[in-house]
Write a protein that binds this ligand. Structure first.
Ligand SMILES: C[S@@+](CC[C@H](N)C(=O)[O-])C[C@H]1O[C@@H](n2cnc3c(N)ncnc32)[C@H](O)[C@@H]1O
Length: 201
């Protein structure tokens, strides 16, 4: 199920607000890589903050939807590159091209398919992908954010994976928080996943 936003940003989008604030506070040109980018909420937040974004998803339908959402948010002139491809293959190609990014966001599903049917399994493939992503980080990286919706994959597991993949010894820090959707007419939240963020100190 995708969602279409109206051009207004949801008040409770804590992890997207984190990205927005980091990009704005950097006060320099920021290049963001958004993987498994879906309908483009993270892309929209990052563009709104002034970053350029490379938006990657294997589904042409989702990428078309993201384009509509970016337009609906008044960002049609923002710097965005839309790529329909398998994330794993695309990342390997970017490494060969020596492209670099200041921030990387990924929303990997538990299980998915690349453009040509390549199988993505979070349990089998996440760590290798994170290790590859290390090679795409610029010299002054802002953050890497992993959002997961997979039962059994706790924040501390992703924290460990990030620390191992981006091994910066005591030069990096990680934090994770649950993601939830605020219920209407109630103070309760529907828990739906975990956001884990790596930053260089
Ligand atoms: C953002 S995640 C879905 C998050 C959703 N909340 C869930 O729990 O499934 C799924 C996105 O990843 C994309 N996707 C899945 N496997 C992929 C792959 N191997 N390469 C690129 N995109 C992929 C899908 O097209 C989809 O837009």
């Amino acid at each position: 199920m995708g969602f279409k936003h109206t051009g207004l940003f949801p008040e409770q989008a804590v992890n997207w607000n984190f990205a927005f604030n980091k990009i704005q506070d950097a006060k320099r040109e920021i290049k963001v890589l958004n993987l498994f980018a879906y309908t483009g909420a993270a892309t929209t937040f990052c563009l709104k903050a002034g970053a350029s974004v490379c938006h990657v998803d294997s589904s042409q339908g989702m990428v078309s939807w993201a384009k509509e959402n970016v337009k609906a948010s008044g960002l049609e002139n923002a710097k965005v590159r839309y790529i329909v491809d398998d994330v794993v293959k695309f990342v390997k190609r970017e490494i060969r091209r020596e492209n670099k990014y200041d921030a990387i966001i990924l929303d990997p599903p538990s299980y998915g398919r690349g453009k040509n049917g390549e199988v993505w399994s979070i349990e089998k493939d996440l760590f290798n992908l994170l290790s590859d992503l290390k090679q795409l980080l610029s010299e002054k990286p802002l953050f890497v954010m992993v959002n997961t919706y997979t039962g059994g994959l706790s924040g501390s597991i992703i924290e460990t994976a990030l620390m191992k993949a981006f091994d910066e010894k005591d030069l990096s820090c990680v934090q994770s928080e649950e993601i939830g959707i605020k219920c209407e007419n109630s103070s309760m939240c529907l828990p739906c996943g975990v956001t884990t963020i790596w930053e260089k100190k």
